[in-house]
Ligand binder design. Structure first.
Ligand SMILES: Cc1ncc(C[n+]2csc(CCOP(=O)(O)OP(=O)(O)O)c2C)c(N)n1
Ligand code: SF4
Ligand SMILES: [Mg+2]
Length: 248
């Protein structure tokens, strides 16, 4: 019988801890499919974050190491410099990358480290029950901003791609979304481009992916997708900031 679907070899059979409708499950499957399609499973090393994706090493069927909160870019720097033939990526949430790990990512980007970053922006600290993240929108209600994020008190949300776009070390930079089938297809293309770009040793490849956290947003999975499209994408436009050209 013809198989119409198979679990990617780059995913284990482990059941994830992700809530129904969570963006992490979608994105990790896309990464696994890309690694399979490029035939690089045996030489891929992922760096897991602190956040809901902390147990990624149980889900990916290739080498994955853990890093202290926000320090994945430092770990990736060391691994890639010591083992340049490996495919190395960090997988980081907004709390991990844009709060506690801000200095790490900016300096790794400025140095033009030759690894890929998958930045999962769900606008909250998911794992710790939905506190305000640097990417939480103005007016967004979280457990630490019960009256809505107020820039006068909490500052303005950080647009990470726009911030990194001024750094010459980042040579491929794109923001994608998971709010629709088309968005998910584009996200997979961006993940593939990032890995291919790394293989050409052209500097840091960085993909920000807008993703859902239905549990902490207190929305159904379907309403979460709608909220990404109608609200999150307004502040964080889906866009190619630095284009490596047609490398797929
Ligand atoms: C040094 C340190 N500080 C704080 C924490 C608590 N902590 C765990 S996960 C997390 C935030 C995770 O948010 P994010 O990176 O956005 O990931 P998500 O769960 O949303 O995917 C924090 C603050 C920690 N584990 N270690
Ligand atoms: S809390 Fe949010 S980010 Fe964490 S697994 Fe659940 S839906 Fe995903
Ligand atoms: Mg988050």
């Amino acid at each position: 019988m013809k198989a119409v679907y198979q679990k990617p070899e780059s995913l284990t059979s482990e059941t994830t801890i992700y809530c129904p409708g969570c963006g992490h499950g979608i994105i990790q499957k896309l990464i696994a499919e890309v690694i399979d399609e490029l035939g690089v499973r045996e030489r891929t090393i992922g760096i897991a974050p602190v956040g809901c994706a902390v147990l990624s090493y149980n889900y990916f069927n290739f080498d994955v190491t853990e890093a202290a909160h926000g320090r994945a870019p430092a770990v990736a720097t060391a691994i890639k410099r010591l083992l340049p033939s490996r495919i190395v990526f960090t997988y980081q949430g907004d709390g991990d990358l844009a709060a506690i790990g801000t200095a790490e990512i900016i300096h790794a980007a400025a140095r033009g480290e030759n690894f890929s970053v998958f930045f999962i922006n769900n606008a909250v600290y998911g794992m710790t029950k939905g506190q305000m993240a640097p990417t939480t929108l103005e007016g967004q209600i979280t457990t630490t901003t019960p009256g809505g994020r107020n820039p006068q008190i909490h500052g303005f949300p950080i647009r990470v791609c726009e911030l990194l776009s001024s750094l010459d070390g980042v040579t491929y930079l794109e923001r994608t979304t998971t709010s629709s089938i088309q968005g998910i297809i584009s996200t997979k293309k961006a993940i593939k481009k990032a890995i291919l770009w790394q293989m050409q040793q052209k500097g840091m490849s960085f993909v920000e992916i807008l993703a859902s956290c239905p549990t902490n947003w207190k929305k159904s999975p379907a309403d979460s997708m709608k909220w990404i499209k109608e609200t999150l994408e307004k502040y964080y436009p889906v866009k190619v900031f630095k284009d490596p050209g047609n490398i797929l």
